[in-house]
Design a protein around this ligand. Structure first.
Ligand SMILES: Cc1ncc(COP(=O)(O)O)c(C=O)c1O
Length: 320
């Protein structure tokens, strides 16, 4: 019975790593893109890892008491992961999300037993395009609910369990699958947990691995650019938050900016050419890797994460 898992929480991680040779050939670039299929996690995204990481830490430190309510701001993926982990471990979970995120996400979290509180966007915002200012409103609502209910706030932008989960699992998995034959890594920032965890893990093992931060065109604050387009369509990140906590002191070898159009076009190409059905940010990551192979990383091996499933965006213009 050693291969039988005691709950679905143990099915988080150890996702497949796939060569995107059909895509690189179609784009006529030299080198290899390796895609880590994080949409095959139980909540259909990489955020299952961060959810488990933060809850594990909080249980260990005593910050989370048995049966205590858990609250988090989410664009849907962290919420799905938390709904699963909290459901299995007996914590009521409240997900606080902007109404600008796709409806599938709220429905999925409810199906997994979460209470979902939707926060209206600013009057100037666009559905499907959650800006940093929209996120501030969601954050305020999450803070209020946490106080009212005496809850544990997951706080994925600040609690180290987020990036440490990638440092302990995703990074080493990339290293083992490639047997160290990996030259670069590119990642679209939300909290920066994935970038930080994987970069720290890979750089410890191979200091000259080249790690690139991916941001939306017009919202590239980490690259030091002015924010001209906070309402981009790449859901899950690109919030133009200056000075992300996890990124402090973490090496960045370069920056890539991807337009919403390019992220969508690449996500569609990924589905058609590779049979990999990812979301907007997966498209942004792969678009960045293609651009790097067309330029300074030509001939190299670059890893990216397919952050979540395309099924989460069926109601959006990604798959019109
Ligand atoms: C779809 C998607 N892409 C990218 C990200 C950004 O990941 P991170 O918060 O680890 O930077 C998230 C985070 O929630 C996400 O849900």
């Amino acid at each position: 019975m050693s291969k039988v898992l005691s709950s679905v929480v143990d099915a988080i991680g150890n996702t497949p790593l796939v060569r995107l040779d059909r895509l690189t050939e179609a784009y006529g670039v030299e080198g290899t893109i390796l895609a880590k299929l994080e949409y095959l996690n139980p909540g259909f995204s990489k955020k299952d890892r961060a959810a488990r990481g933060i809850i594990d830490d909080a249980e260990r430190s005593g910050a989370l008491r048995p049966g205590q309510t858990v609250v988090e701001l989410t664009s849907g993926n962290m919420g799905a992961g938390l709904a699963i982990v909290c459901g299995i471990r007996g914590y009521p979970f409240v997900a606080v999300m902007s109404r600008g995120n796709s409806d599938e996400r709220a429905r999925m979290m409810r199906a997994l037993g979460a209470e979902v509180v939707l926060v209206e966007q600013l009057p100037t915002s666009v559905t499907g395009q959650v800006s940093g200012s929209d996120l501030e409103l969601v954050d305020r609502a999450a803070q209020r609910i946490t106080t009212e209910r005496g809850a544990f706030r997951v706080d994925q932008f600040h609690r180290d369990g987020n990036w440490v989960s990638h440092y302990l699992t995703t990074g080493p998995e990339l290293w083992e699958a490639t047997e160290g034959k990996i030259d670069g890594f590119a990642d679209f920032l939300g909290s920066g947990g994935t970038y930080t965890g994987i970069t720290r893990a890979l750089k410890e093992l191979k200091p000259d691995v080249q790690c690139y931060v991916v941001e939306p065109e017009g919202a590239a604050v980490a690259a030091g650019q002015a924010v001209t387009n906070p309402e981009h369509p790449i859901q899950g990140g690109g919030y133009a938050i200056p000075d992300l906590q996890f990124l402090r002191g973490v090496p960045i070898d370069g920056f890539v900016q991807i337009s919403g159009h390019d992220a969508k076009r690449t996500a569609r190409a990924l589905a058609v050419r590779e049979g990999i059905f990812g979301g907007f940010s997966a498209g942004a990551n792969v678009a960045a890797a293609l651009r790097l192979l067309a330029g300074e990383m030509s001939g190299k091996v670059i890893a990216v994460v397919i952050c979540d499933s395309g099924l989460k965006y069926l109601s959006t213009d990604l798959w019109e």
